[in-house]
Every structure is written in structure tokens, then in C-alpha cells.
Write a protein that binds this ligand. Structure first.
Ligand SMILES: *Cc1c(COP(=O)(O)O)cnc(C)c1O
Length: 386
């Protein structure tokens, strides 16, 4: 079975991890800040807070933007559930904005329309989580303009997009957002096993992120109410243990050295597919001219009217022919947990529903061989053109 995604671990990665295992610090120690530095050097943001997952980083991002049970968070329904759960953790209400039919990211026209309506009924969101699906950035300039008009904060969920660019800026530069979050889960662009990071250009947000990452505890003389002695620390807020380990950070630093290589190989694979799948009854990914995608995913859409079969049958046939295909994602509003909370009307999200009925993620990962690539295109041709 060719998986849809897979980590790439080199001997150098292994050596770096072993070095940390033999050192004095294995949990958050001197290597975590070095990893944070390596990511901010790459994405050109000012501050970074490494965490034990992107889910934790999203939660911290919402908390540091003061999202509470009085507030509303909006995101795209075509994402992993964590993009919405971060708001639920803070007690906030969640709503969704339908996707753009070309990029499958949050639709600017729908966002603007929904904001206008929300203004009238006093239900504007405090935070909008923009998900860069598959590694392609949302239209951040337009979202930023709307955020100034309607007064909301922006979190970029860039779990798929490390190494991508928007209007020449690296994703994570936070040129158009308050905070950007990355994931280092094994299928993502680089990995630390489990891991995530929140980057920002705002010193105050960075301070809050780091305080809440570690129990809300500080030893900083400037912010403690007093100082009883060299043993002293204070808990100033209700934080969590969302720390990354030095073991993970060492792997992360070593992986960052291959980021450009990973993106290059992913781009080559995407170009191969663009060429070899062009004649099949499929809609292939469309990359907006403002974007350079990190190609975490390669999502194809079945042109159902040109295929004499249904999606379930095709999916099963592709799987049984050795393709570890997947679907990213089931619309979040369809999840039983969200349905029970809000009972969304699916008809409010026609593009997401259409996407759900047609989309399949096919294998793309740096270690994929040319032979595997050929196998994917051959199986797709056979299954779709029989
Ligand atoms: C993977 C992913 C997450 C969660 O990442 P973890 O590091 O596994 O917590 C969040 N959002 C999106 C869009 C993702 O793909």
C-alpha cells in the first residue's frame, strides 16, 4: 500500500535525537529555543512558541487572543476538527464559512456576506481561523482588510503549509495575521513525532503563549508580585503543560535543514500528477497566482457526471489496488459532536458538500519513488476509465 503521506527520517535526524537523549536535558531545555529560532529564521516571524501539538498551539493562540465563552470563532468546515475545537476549549461558539470552489479555502465573498449579516445581529466573530488547505494560503490580504473593518483577530492554521509562500511572504511571517500555527505530526511537512508551534510578531502575544504553555507559571522578576528568594515562582494564570521536549526539538532542527528539499520533491510530484492526470475525468488542484503551495496534500475531485460509478465504489477500488488514499476532510459541521451542539443546516455550505462528495487525497510525500508515482497514475487511469 502506498500511503497518502509519510515522514522522512534520515540518519542525521537519528543522530541528533540520540545526542539529546545522552545529554542533561530531555524535556524542554536548551534545544527547544534553538528549534524555535530555526523556524522563525525560515518563516521570518519575530517570536515562536513550540508546543506538544498544533492542537495545543491553536488552543494557546485562542487563549492569548482572549477568546472566551462570550465570543464566537469562525473557520472553514473543510479542515481537521482541531481548527474548530480550539474555540470550543475556550467555551466560545463555533460557526463555519463555506469554501471557495477553486482553492477549497475559506471563501472571501461568503466571509464578507456572513460578516455583514453578523454585524446586523451583533454576532461578529472575535477570531477567524484561516486554514491553508493542502499547503496553499488563504487570500490573507482580503481577510486582513475585512478584519480591520469588522474587528476580528486572525489565526492562520498553517498545519499544512510550512515552506509555502503568499505574495512573496513565507507562510508564518504573520504579515496578515496575529498568530500562525504549524503542525509537526508525521504526515505534515516536517515532523517531531507529535509537535506544533505558534509564531507571531507581537511580543505580548508571545509572552502569553509561553506563560500558558507551562502552567501559567513565571519566574520573571518584572511580573511577579514579590520575590521570596531564589526558589520563588508564581502561577499568574491557569495554564497547561503543552511543552515540547528537547528530543522532539532536536528532530525538528534536523528536519528543518531539509525543508527546501521536501518542498521541492512535493512540488515535483504535484507537477507529475498535473501532467499525467490531465486527461482523466478529474478536477486537479488549482493554485492561485499569489501562492506557492507547500503541497502537503494533492486533492483530486471526481467529475461524477463523467464517471459511470459512485465515489464509494471508486474509493474502494483505488484502495484495493494499493493506493493509500484518504479524504481531507469530512466537513466539520457533519461530525456528530458538532451536530449535537449546533444542528447546522448542510444547505448553508453547498461548496463544502460538493467537495465532500467528490474529493480524494492521493499519495504525496518526499520519499515517494518514481515507480510509486507511475503506479498511482496507472491505477487511477485504469479505475476511472474502465
Ligand atoms: C494536523 C492538523 C492539525 C492538528 O495538528 P496536531 O499537531 O496533530 O495537533 C490542525 N489543523 C490542521 C488543518 C491539521 O491538518
Amino acid at each position: 500500500m502506498i500511503p497518502y503521506g509519510r515522514q522522512n527520517i534520515s540518519q542525521a535526524d537519528i543522530n541528533e535525537v540520540i545526542k539529546v537523549l545522552k545529554s542533561d536535558f530531555i524535556t524542554q531545555g536548551p534545544t527547544v529555543p534553538l528549534f524555535e529560532q530555526s523556524v522563525i529564521n525560515s518563516v521570518k516571524a519575530k517570536y515562536a512558541c513550540a508546543t506538544n501539538s498544533a492542537t495545543s498551539a491553536l488552543h494557546l493562540a485562542c487563549l492569548s487572543l482572549n477568546l472566551t465563552e462570550k465570543d464566537i470563532l469562525w473557520t472553514s468546515p473543510i479542515s481537521f476538527v482541531a481548527s474548530a475545537n480550539c474555540g470550543l476549549y475556550c467555551g466560545a461558539n463555533i460557526d463555519f464559512v463555506d469554501i471557495n470552489p477553486d482553492t477549497y479555502n475559506i471563501c472571501i465573498e461568503q466571509l464578507e456576506k456572513k460578516l455583514r449579516l453578523a454585524l446586523n445581529i451583533n454576532k461578529l466573530p472575535k477570531v477567524v481561523v484561516c486554514v491553508h488547505l493542502g499547503g496553499q494560503s488563504c487570500e490573507m490580504q482580503q481577510i486582513k482588510n475585512l478584519s480591520e473593518k469588522y474587528d476580528f483577530k486572525i489565526i492562520e492554521d498553517a498545519s499544512h503549509a510550512l515552506g509555502g509562500k503568499y505574495k512573496g511572504y513565507r507562510i508564518g511571517s504573520c504579515e496578515y495575521s496575529d498568530i500562525t500555527v504549524f503542525s509537526f505530526h508525521p504526515v505534515k511537512i516536517i515532523t517531531t513525532g507529535e509537535g506544533g508551534m505558534a509564531v507571531t510578531n507581537d511580543a505580548e502575544l508571545d509572552f502569553k503563549l509561553k506563560l500558558l504553555r507551562s502552567h501559567g507559571i513565571s519566574r520573571h522578576p518584572d511580573i511577579m508580585s514579590k520575590n521570596d528568594g531564589p526558589w520563588y515562582y508564581e502561577q499568574l494564570a491557569l495554564g497547561y503543560n503543552y511543552r515540547m521536549t528537547d528530543i522532539q526539538a532536536a528532530l525538528g532542527i534536523s528536519q528543518m535543514a531539509r525543508l527546501d528539499k521536501f518542498i521541492k520533491r512535493r512540488t515535483d510530484i504535484a507537477q507529475h500528477y498535473n501532467y499525467h492526470l490531465a486527461r482523466l475525468p478529474l478536477r486537479l488542484p488549482q493554485i492561485h497566482p499569489d501562492n506557492i503551495s507547500a503541497y502537503h496534500l494533492y486533492i483530486i475531485r471526481l467529475k461524477m457526471d463523467k464517471i459511470g460509478s459512485d465515489k464509494k465504489t471508486i474509493f474502494k477500488e483505488l484502495k484495493s489496488s494499493g493506493l493509500g488514499i484518504n479524504l481531507h476532510y469530512i466537513p466539520i459541521y457533519r461530525q456528530p459532536y458538532f451536530k449535537q451542539l449546533y444542528n447546522y443546516d448542510f444547505a448553508d455550505f453547498p461548496e463544502s458538500e460538493k467537495f465532500y462528495s467528490e474529493a480524494i487525497s492521493i499519495p504525496i510525500f518526499p520519499e515517494m519513488t518514481n515507480r510509486q508515482l507511475k503506479q498511482v497514475t496507472e491505477v487511477l487511469s485504469k479505475v476511472l476509465c474502465q
